[in-house]
Design a protein around this ligand. Structure first.
Ligand SMILES: [Zn+2]
Ligand SMILES: [Zn+2]
Length: 776
């Protein structure tokens, strides 16, 4: 059902701070004309910001755990009855029998055909190069696995035959290469979860009598999407769905594969308009595809699947949500039900622990506890950053600005609202209008910007440009608005108003590779500071591409070369998945809970320079002054963001660090606590010396007891708690407790001279170290 990806490679560069290679650029900026600028934005039509982060949305967080507790209680009663609906719909819709009858007839025909195929000796080559013998149309991958060992045959979930996924019990047809994959393999996991979606689909059909639509695996489980008449889905239905699923699992229902013609498929699924639409639109006339039977369910599916449902040892329904057929708001509204499953019960226990940890780290919870930000219904989806949240926000902007300075970027500030004429030129009015906030001003149509790129094109075009100025790296922390439905807004991850660390690089086509290398270097440096792993994917020319083929080929070649140079063999290719205006590189990062997020993006754009008629004078023209027209060239735009939306990045970082901010990013760095009243003055003096140096220091001169003050400092996640009493005052020194060093929490006898402490703290801030450790 889904194209499966090969194993994802994650990597993390050692923390390097060297940007010397890039520093030279900056020197040029001072003289010459406005040289290297930079800035970036999201290309038209990309809506990165809008991508949901499953983990951060806490789909399964909290509620799922409560849900499962509920389930246990209910199991003792009559699951399904609490909702007032029977466990299984009565009478069972007619389509169950109709499908099965057709399946049985066609399967008998198919089996006869298979039986008539020649049985010839074939050679099966294993990954280690060893060879095994079998019979065509008879020997299955499972037979081979059993030959190797019983434990292997029990562990594997799917086969790969000549690099294509293949059902374990489907007979091999000819000489082939064979791989056997278990659940730990990414493709094995996808097949396992995809197969589990069928079980959930079966349960949903039996419970609701619904019409199924699509049921793909996801990053963390699977869902099935369905049309249900006159009945909303609620989490009180979950026990019934789980109960039916468990009975299907207990029956060890086999997944039986059958090839069927398009005509027969339309007949088999005549009752279901979603499946009919998929058959009509996806399957060419005169061809066939496969269905799979599993228990009473027959489903349209290219497969493959696990051999039988008994492989599933733990199964849980996690949440539900509403969606539209094919994601289009004009289509029928559907219900999605999500689940997760494992081949081992222990894995579900671990998964629930993960959910608990994710819930503890939820940025909305930490944001409230640490008084970082809040939302108000008077402006949904627009964050109010409180003073401490603003500190985090500013630290991120400062990080990017300091890098911009070293890397030859130029920061600009462009307007927030524009006349609709600009959006017509950029193409947003035609393609993106529904996602924009529009305004009527003096009887004309205007809109708030959803991206910075068109404004940056106006800046580029504000005067003549020469090839000598390129590349121009134009950066802006511009405020962007996108019209998200109020119901879709979630914390900082899905908002209406946000700021990106946006850059547009205007360059000559020949400079693409060099610019990309610099961008990779920049990105690695920034992600290294946070300790994020990441991986890269290149998406190339789609069928509906605009522009000329040669430009595309040359650009893709440069992207490939840049990737191969920096990350040899460690990036993936998504053939045909680029935007219509240019190829792109998607960068996915992985946090400390091993959840994936896409933040950075690098997109080439040949279209926007065309639409805005951007040009620069080429070298030949500059030399000869002849034939001016011929020498006018089009720049290429590279849209790029590293943090992406700052709002969303703050959400990711909050959860990644679990609110224990590294010193440089921390909104509460030091608290000074006097052991008794006579030392309040000394405590205040220390605090103001630290504040004068730009450190976030507070003093607790309240009347609370010493242990209470220390406890408060710990809860607030201050990086360092400084305690002062008579000894410290006498020696002009301090006693330091480190948030992340358990050993230092009991008061030690070692006194640190105050001046030394101050030096070390300043150094630590400057280092942007992940480690909360006083540097010598
Ligand atoms: Zn852009
Ligand atoms: Zn399937």
């Amino acid at each position: 059902m889904l194209a499966l990806r090969s194993q994802v490679i994650w990597f993390r560069r050692a923390l390097t701070r060297s940007t010397s290679a890039l520093r030279t650029n900056h020197c040029h900026v001072a003289h010459n004309i406005p040289k290297r600028t930079s800035a970036m934005a999201q290309p038209p039509h990309s809506s990165q910001q809008n991508v949901q982060i499953p983990a951060l949305e806490s789909p399964h967080a909290g509620s799922a755990i409560e849900g499962s507790k509920e389930k246990k209680d209910k199991k003792k009663g009559k699951a399904g009855n609490d909702t007032g609906y029977p466990l299984e719909i009565q009478p069972r819709p007619e389509f169950f029998d109709h499908r099965l009858k057709m399946f049985d007839e066609l399967k008998a025909e198919y089996d006869t055909w298979v039986a008539a195929q020649p049985r010839e000796e074939i050679t099966i080559t294993m990954p280690d190069g060893s060879e095994r013998k079998g019979k065509s149309w008879d020997t299955s991958p499972m037979d081979i696995a059993k030959e190797v060992s019983k434990s292997l045959s029990e562990r594997i979930v799917i086969a790969k035959v000549d690099n294509a996924l293949w059902d374990l019990e489907r007979p091999l047809e000819k000489n082939c290469k064979l791989e056997l994959l278990d659940f730990e393999h990414p493709e094995g996991k996808k097949v396992f979860w995809h197969s589990s979606a069928h079980v959930l689909g079966e349960a949903a059909e039996r419970h609701y009598g619904c019409h199924l639509c699509l049921g793909p695996p996801t990053e963390d489980g699977f869902f099935y999407e369905m049309g249900i008449q006159d009945r909303p889905v609620s989490n009180t239905d979950f026990p019934a769905l789980e109960k039916i699923s468990e009975s299907a699992i207990k029956e060890k229902q086999k997944f039986e594969r059958l090839v069927i013609s398009k005509e027969k498929l339309l007949e088999m699924f005549h009752y279901n308009k979603y499946k009919k639409y998929l058959i009509e639109s996806k399957i060419p006339d005169g061809t066939s595809t496969t269905v799979y039977r599993c228990g009473p369910m027959v489903d349209l599916c290219v497969g493959p699947h696990i051999p039988h449902t008994g492989k599933i040892k733990a199964f849980m329904v996690t949440k539900n949500s509403a969606s539209y057929f094919l994601g289009k708001a004009d289509n029928d509204s559907l219900q999605r039900i999500y689940g997760i499953s494992f081949p081992d019960k222990k894995q579900l226990v671990e998964y629930k622990k993960f959910l608990e940890e994710a819930a503890k780290r939820d940025h909305r919870k930490i944001g409230k506890d640490q008084e970082l930000f809040f939302f108000n219904d008077l402006s949904p989806g627009s964050c109010f950053f409180l003073p401490h949240g603003t500190r985090v926000y500013n630290a991120l902007v400062e990080l990017m600005r300091s890098e911009y300075f070293k890397r030859g970027y130029q920061e600009v500030i462009s307007p927030n609202m524009y006349h609709s004429k600009l959006w017509e030129t950029s193409g947003h009015w035609q393609n993106y209008k529904d996602d924009m906030f529009t305004l009527d001003i003096e009887k004309e149509k205007w809109a708030l910007k959803p991206m910075n790129c068109p404004g940056h094109c106006l800046i580029f075009d504000s005067r003549d440009r020469s090839y000598r100025e390129l590349p121009i790296r134009m950066a802006e922390f511009g405020i962007i608005h996108r019209n998200e439905a109020s119901g879709a807004l979630t914390g900082l991850t899905r908002v209406r108003r946000f700021v990106q660390d946006d850059t547009h690089v205007f360059c000559m086509p020949s400079q693409i590779e060099e610019e990309l290398n610099a961008l990779f270097n920049f990105m690695e440096h920034v992600y290294g500071i946070f300790g994020f792993d990441f991986h890269l994917e290149l998406s190339t020319r789609p069928d509906n591409y605009l522009g000329n083929l040669e430009t595309w080929n040359a650009a893709e070649e440069q992207l490939k070369q840049a990737l191969e140079k920096q990350y040899p063999g460690k990036w993936e290719l998504n053939e045909g998945d680029g935007a219509f205006y240019g190829p792109k590189i998607d960068i996915t990062l992985r946090d400390s809970l091993r959840r994936s997020f896409q933040c950075a993006t690098i997109q080439l754009d040949f279209q926007l320079p065309e639409r805005f008629n951007l040009k620069y004078r080429g070298a030949d023209d500059a030399e000869t002054q002849k034939d001016k027209e011929a020498a006018v060239k089009r720049p290429v735009i590279i849209h790029r963001a590293i943090l992406g939306s700052l709002e969303r990045f703050i959400a990711i970082a909050t959860e990644h660090f679990a609110g224990k901010w590294p010193f440089w990013l921390s909104p509460r760095q030091v608290i000074v606590i006097p052991v008794a009243a006579p030392y309040k003055e000394y405590a205040s003096e220390i605090c103001s010396r630290l504040s004068d140096l730009g450190l976030y220091a507070d003093v607790d001169n309240s009347d609370n007891t010493l242990p209470k003050k220390i406890r408060n400092g710990e809860i607030a996640q201050y990086n360092f708690i400084i305690v002062v009493g008579q000894d410290e005052l006498d020696a002009r020194s301090v006693n330091v407790r480190n948030r992340d060093d358990i050993g230092s929490k009991s008061r030690s006898d070692i006194l640190l001279p105050l001046d030394q402490l101050i030096d070390k703290l300043v150094k630590l801030k400057k280092s942007r170290s992940l480690e909360n450790k006083l540097l010598s």
